[in-house]
Design a protein around this ligand. Structure first.
Ligand SMILES: [Zn+2]
Length: 325
């Protein structure tokens, strides 16, 4: 894993490479960000660069150390996660880790470990780690991964250099999915709805998503302010719990963003498989009106996130969309 393979986190990569060149990497890092945004890849790239015998601030990919890391079998790297069937990372696991870190490295200049997800350390486990974070034995490199640094003991946080990872942008997600072999149509479908998490993108079930998308488009195209039932039927059918409604709103955002692109004549849209339906959204209203609706969908999304009733929020939104102007 070379730094060039990390997408969407250029500034973080730059900071890490500079610290490698200056020999000033921290003992302990806390990488915070949504699961699947590239934290673990970056952690591995950092370790690989640190261990690489050829390059000072990146992985060469060729030396024995780089090859072992790529093959997932470098003896000086420890990955700590909850054991199968266990919720938490136990104090025993951390004691064993501390024992291992204290031993001389087999071949690398120092040992390294990744603890993922760090918020799953039990309180006693986390407490046992404090001294290690401050002064890792044998100058070991420790990288904690978390979705939410607020879930960690403040004493753990304060002993680490905290690096915050932003969710991946839809464009980077698209690239990453296509690089990973997903068909570009499918990638275009799930990228805008993944919330910047590769994991989430993979989880989204394409087939279910396709039929859901068609149902949404069909309801939206039928909205008619003179037949008020079309509004309430749509929100009845499409609203669900908060998460389902947020997903629906992400979908609407993606549709209206595309409609705005079409209206503005840029032509390049994400939802290519349903282009005719998007074209009809774009043609039905003026560009300023579609921009206004895009803004309304954003507002609705924020409101639902802040606990607004999903069904009522959709009633209002669909009413506004139905009032073609
Ligand atoms: Zn190398």
């Amino acid at each position: 894993m070379a730094f060039a393979d990390i997408l969407g986190h250029d500034r973080i990569v730059e900071v890490l490479r500079r610290s490698l060149r200056n020999g000033k990497t921290a003992h302990s890092y806390l990488f915070e960000g949504v699961s699947g945004c590239g934290r673990k890849k970056t952690a591995l790239a950092l370790i690989q660069a640190l261990f690489c015998t050829v390059l000072p601030d990146d992985a060469c990919g060729e030396c024995p150390s780089c090859r072992k890391i790529a093959g997932g079998n470098h003896p000086d790297i420890h990955l700590i996660a909850p054991l199968p069937d266990k919720r938490d990372i136990s104090i025993e696991q951390l004691r064993e880790l501390q024992h291992d870190l204290a031993l001389r490295p087999y071949e690398a200049p120092r040992k390294a470990c990744i603890i993922d997800p760090a918020e799953r350390m039990s309180v006693s486990a986390a407490n046992s780690l404090l001294k290690t974070l401050e002064e890792p034995p044998g100058n070991a490199l420790i990288i904690l991964l978390t979705e939410n640094a607020g879930m960690l003991l403040s004493t753990v946080r304060s002993r680490c250099q905290v690096i915050r990872f932003a969710p991946l942008s839809p464009e980077h997600m698209l690239l990453l999915l296509e690089k990973g072999g997903m068909a570009s149509e499918a990638a275009a479908l799930v990228a805008p709805m993944s919330g910047g998490s590769l994991q989430r993108a993979m989880e989204l079930d394409n087939e279910a998503l396709t039929s859901r998308r068609e149902a949404v488009l069909s309801r939206v195209s039928q909205l008619n302010i003179n037949q008020i039932a079309t509004v309430f039927d749509a929100s009845e059918e499409l609203s669900g719990n908060r998460d389902a409604t947020l997903e629906l709103l992400d979908m609407l955002l993606s549709f209206f963003r595309d409609a705005v692109h079409l209206g503005a004549g840029t032509g390049d849209i994400v939802n290519r498989t349903v282009r005719p339906a998007i074209e009809s959204i774009a043609a039905k209203r003026s560009l300023p009106r579609n921009l206004e609706l895009l803004e309304r969908i954003y507002d609705t999304r924020r409101a639902v996130q802040r606990n607004a009733n999903p069904k009522l929020a959709l009633d209002n939104l669909f009413m506004t969309i139905a009032a073609v102007r």
